[in-house]
Write a protein that binds this ligand. Structure first.
Ligand code: SF4
Ligand code: SF4
Ligand code: SF4
Length: 578
């Protein structure tokens, strides 16, 4: 028999063998609180909040496998008191600075305290030592808020296979930290921010640049330009209560203008530029047979992962800068020249779904003539905070369009936001450039979807096959790299996104509360919105974007030209493997 019968709160239920009591209860609509459980990421039962009564015993339901004939109680006085005591004990070693915490209002500890009707913390005494780690340009770690749930280490180990952080110390001195208690900046961390997304409290947060950006906007000597990545427009609305998957491109542009930015540009434009440069690079490598497979380089989390873990394969990464860095370089050179603005007065702000882009923004390699291509990176969440701070009623905004010359992007640029998007965008262009004719169908469905590793063979008119792999989540990327190293697999073109699902699920995107996570397929809803935005655009191929054609005619000459290399390409460095 593959199923068993049990009773939860007097409700008889039949479930598959191996199902946990927590899953069974959820299936029945009984919401058992938990602060550490995260499906597929962390099953450690460390928080002890999900206690249920089995006979006279209290047991954590997240790791309790349902057995035939079990009689479970989830709402007895004993259970409620035990959960309350557990949460009070967690609060007793927590800094409780809720009003000034960046996570306030979206904190699972706050929500559970409220739900359990906790009105005081009866336990006082010594608190663990506080360490606030500001070493990383992307992520701040504050141990005084950490409840040692282990989710962050779970995602870093099990999903990303980066192993940057884990439990160290014993007993009261237990903490989550990089190996040997080193600062995050001196670890293998690739800044993906997936640990932030699973952290139930504010112990891990992005390093905010809100204050610096407001300051730049207020400075009359600065010309402040903002650009927004494709994945932001399909998630920002969630911060204002709009349904998952709502596209808010026009409202977002209007809000940015009201906030005081001098120009509002679209990173989608530079995504098209990336395709022109990277597509040409792919064709050159295919012709020469050298440095194959070409690996995409638009994800800075993935780039740092290669730098640490596969330094002998750095030559395979595309030399193209990521789209927002390309756009930054074009703003501080082409645009500055055209407008007669001293580039040192220009401040470029990128709104990204990503925390790794904060790290990328300050890389030495991503600068020209002593100026960083991008000055500040704000996450989608930071943008939402600024819109709220400015008192803008987002819902009532009328849609506006981006400014020119970097305001027009194609559908190909938009789909960069979802896994498979960069590969599809490149293939749309590479095929037509080689064939010299229009593609009949431009939706490469083989590279779409949420499978961890997708493979496709695209036949060029010459009969040559482009063997393509699309990967998201670094655990899958590691497997793929190892199969290439061992010779088990061979490809011509590989797209990798560090975050599972691609940038739509980046570490800077809006938090999703546990209930919504259980009810909605977030990845799918955001991906659907990305492809709908692509479909709605009149131009869906990068090489057909008239502004891209113009910029090559006026300034860059041709893809991979000397000028392009100077502004739009970069190099990578070998990093310590620790
Ligand atoms: S940012 Fe990513 S790599 Fe760094 S600790 Fe968090 S999950 Fe690990
Ligand atoms: S940092 Fe956050 S996710 Fe990590 S153990 Fe602490 S509370 Fe849990
Ligand atoms: S997949 Fe996107 S959001 Fe995630 S690290 Fe890479 S660029 Fe950033």
């Amino acid at each position: 028999m593959d199923t068993i019968h049990l009773s939860i709160d007097g409700i008889d239920v039949e479930v598959k063998k191996g199902t946990t009591v927590l899953e069974t209860a959820n299936h029945l609509g009984i919401d058992i609180p938990t602060l550490c459980y995260a499906k597929g990421i962390n099953h450690s039962s460390s928080c002890r909040v999900c206690l249920v009564e089995v006979g006279t015993r209290l047991i954590a339901s997240c790791t309790l496998v349902a057995e035939d004939g079990m009689n479970i109680r989830t709402n007895t006085e004993k259970v409620r008191n035990a959960r309350k005591t557990t949460v009070e004990l967690l609060l007793s070693d927590h800094n409780q600075e809720c009003p000034t915490c960046g996570r306030s209002g979206q904190c699972e500890l706050q929500n559970i305290s409220k739900r359990l009707n906790i009105r005081e913390v009866r336990y006082t005494g010594e608190k663990s030592k506080t360490l606030v780690d500001f070493s990383s340009p992307a992520i701040v770690r504050d141990t005084s808020k950490c409840i040692l749930c282990g989710r962050c280490a779970g995602v870093c180990d099990n999903v990303q296979t980066v192993h940057a952080i884990g439990f160290t110390g014993r007993g009261f001195n237990t903490t989550i930290a990089p190996a040997y208690g080193k600062p995050l900046a001196e670890s293998l961390c690739i800044n993906c921010g997936q640990c932030i997304m699973v952290c139930p409290v504010g112990a891990l947060q992005e390093r905010e640049s809100i204050h610096e950006v407001w300051h730049a906007i207020a400075d009359p000597n600065k010309f402040v330009v903002v650009q927004t990545a494709p994945a932001v427009r399909v998630a920002l609305g969630e911060e204002f209560g709009l349904p998952m998957g709502t596209r808010v491109t026009g409202k977002m542009v209007a809000a940015l203008r009201r906030m005081g930015f001098d120009k509002v540009f679209d990173t989608d434009f530079a995504a098209d530029l990336t395709i022109m440069e990277e597509g040409t690079e792919l064709l050159t490598r295919l012709n020469s047979g050298e440095n194959l497979p070409l690996m995409t380089s638009c994800c800075p989390g993935w780039v740092k992962f290669v730098e640490h873990n596969f330094p002998d394969m750095l030559n395979l990464l595309s030399t193209c800068k990521s789209p927002h860095e390309m756009e930054g370089a074009m703003i501080k050179n082409y645009f500055a020249e055209k407008m007669g603005i001293d580039p040192s007065r220009i401040v470029v702000v990128s709104i990204m779904p990503c925390t790794a882009k904060k790290f990328e923004g300050q890389r030495d390699e991503l600068s020209n003539h002593g100026l960083q291509d991008v000055d500040y990176v704000l996450t989608t969440r930071e943008l939402a905070k600024m819109i709220k701070e400015a008192g803008i009623d987002f819902d009532r905004l009328q849609g506006e369009t981006f400014d020119n010359p970097f305001g027009e992007g194609s559908g190909a640029g938009i789909i960069f936001g979802a896994t498979g998007g960069v590969a599809e965008a490149a293939l749309r262009t590479v095929f037509e450039l080689v064939a010299g004719k229009e593609l009949e169908t431009i939706d490469y469905k083989a590279v779409r979807g949420m499978e961890g590793i997708k493979e496709a063979e695209i036949e060029l008119p010459s009969g040559k096959l482009i063997r393509t792999a699309v990967v998201h989540g670094l655990g899958h990327a590691r497997k793929l790299m190892q199969s290439i190293q061992s010779g088990a697999k061979s490809y011509d073109f590989i797209e990798v996104m560090a975050c599972s699902g691609g940038c739509i699920m980046g570490g800077g995107q809006p938090f999703i509360d546990p209930q919504t996570q259980g009810e909605v397929n977030v990845k799918l809803e955001r991906a659907k919105a990305i492809y709908a935005e692509d479909k709605a655009l009149p131009i869906r191929k990068s090489h057909k974007n008239p502004d891209i054609i113009k910029i090559y005619e006026e300034y860059l000459e041709h893809p991979n030209s000397h000028k392009s290399h100077e502004l739009l390409h970069t190099h990578y460095i070998r990093r310590k493997q620790f």
